[in-house]
Design a protein around this ligand. Structure first.
Ligand SMILES: NC(=O)c1ccc[n+]([C@@H]2O[C@H](COP(=O)([O-])OP(=O)(O)OC[C@H]3O[C@@H](n4cnc5c(N)ncnc54)[C@H](O)[C@@H]3O)[C@@H](O)[C@H]2O)c1
Length: 374
């Protein structure tokens, strides 16, 4: 029988061997073990002929002394990672190489307890561009801590110099910044970003609740989304100057739904952001939603919801798709920021879309149809 899947693997390099990567790497093994079953957790099985298990990690960069020099299959289980271990047996994979620290690690994090924070390795930084080239990767995935402006720009440029596509999972604005998008277009490379929109996370829930209200003829007067968690991502965002881009990115999701319908929401009627760090929650993120709507006869309706998820697993489902969209785009010669996949998998894409429109654009690319834009 001829397989409908392609025979080649998608080779990826990764920056940041933290909790999100741990969940993703474990997921590769999980879905390999459950290849022929209808298991939950994936939005698309086949994207342009690639299965979720057709992804191979060929290089990884980090700066933490407990991770650098170890095989990724071991490094993902080192402290301060606290993502749930659902696949204890994973392939060793390549060794984690020493990246370029820049602003990836804050003084605040270095002063935090060891098990809840980062500790810098003293090993010399490798030549990142050469290491990506040597690995044969076609995509670089960015999982740096929030607030890593200089480090993200460094790795984005490294992707361009090494001739690989870029998946920017964090709220430093690259795919949504026209200056950076042009650099990728000029280099003939596709990019997806910015800041992952988890598969069943707070952002997508805020979006669909708001779309539902509009579709049923209601006005949304107030939308509040409070997030708490206990992983290093939440700890790192205790530094207010680092947190601001995450808040902006989360609010972009909600604002976009109003703007797409020409009914802007008042600035003082909107809050969406990480609210505090509670260590014992570990990778469990809890989000509280309060929406105040106006319906029939101008009368109020209030909605209060609580969402409780494992943060990192929740993000892996969109990354496993975004990687495949980038690979298909590369093969089709599509360059620049991928509008549909960015709107579907990220909070701050270059162009926000309604849920159904973003999904349709992804489905078209999954069938190898060229997008109208890009
Ligand atoms: N559901 C989610 O968890 C979710 C959703 C959207 C966006 N994100 C974003 O994804 C990013 C990764 O999240 P995470 O939970 O894996 O974070 P994490 O804190 O667990 O991991 C970050 C990793 O980056 C490493 N690092 C720091 N500076 C570095 C540098 N200069 N070079 C190489 N490595 C460096 C750290 O040592 C650590 O291993 C964060 O920015 C987060 O906000 C996460």
């Amino acid at each position: 029988m001829v397989s409908k899947y392609k025979s080649n693997k998608i080779k990826i390099a990764v920056v940041g061997v933290g909790n999100c990567f741990s969940a993703l790497y474990q997921g590769f093994s999980y879905y390999k073990d459950h290849k022929d079953e209808d298991v939950p957790g994936l939005m698309f099985k086949d994207i342009g002929g690639y299965a979720p298990t057709d992804i191979e990690v060929v290089a990884a960069f980090d700066v933490d002394e407990r991770k650098v020099g170890k095989p990724v299959g071991q490094a993902i289980f080192e402290k301060p990672n606290c993502a749930r271990v659902f696949m204890p047996e994973v392939p060793a994979g390549p060794k984690v190489q020493m990246g370029n620290v820049l602003d990836g690690v804050s003084d605040y994090m270095l002063a935090q307890p060891e098990d809840e924070s980062f500790r810098l390795s003293e090993i010399d930084t490798v030549d990142v561009v050469q290491a990506i080239k040597d690995s044969g990767a076609s995509i670089l995935v960015n999982y740096l801590p929030v607030g890593s402006q200089k480090a993200t720009e460094f790795y984005a440029q490294a992707a361009i110099d090494a001739g690989v596509a870029f998946l920017n999972c964090i709220p430093v604005f690259i795919a949504s910044n026209p200056v950076w998008e042009k650099k990728f277009i000029d280099a003939g490379l596709p990019i997806v970003g910015d800041d992952m929109r988890s598969a069943f996370g707070a952002s997508i829930l805020s979006q669909v609740l708001q779309e539902l209200a509009f579709d049923r003829g209601f006005a949304v007067d107030f939308h509040q989304q409070i997030n708490i968690g206990g992983n290093t991502d939440f700890n790192n965002m205790m530094v207010q100057s680092r947190l601001s881009s995450k808040k902006e990115s989360k609010e972009n999701v909600i604002k976009a739904q109003n703007e797409l319908r020409g009914i802007p929401i008042e600035a003082n009627s909107l809050f969406a952001g990480p609210s505090t760090y509670i260590p014992y929650l570990k990778d469990n993120k809890v989000a509280y939603f309060n929406l105040r709507l106006r319906g029939f006869g101008g009368q109020p309706v209030t909605l209060d919801i609580k969402l409780s998820v494992q943060d990192s697993e929740n993000s892996a489902g969109v990354v496993i798709d975004a990687i495949r969209y980038l690979q298909v785009a590369r093969e089709l010669g599509v360059v620049g920021a991928l509008r549909g996949p960015s709107a579907w998998t990220q909070k701050t894409p270059p162009q926000q879309m309604m849920y159904a429109d973003a999904k349709a654009a992804c489905e078209a690319l999954a069938k190898r149809q060229l997008p109208e834009q890009n």
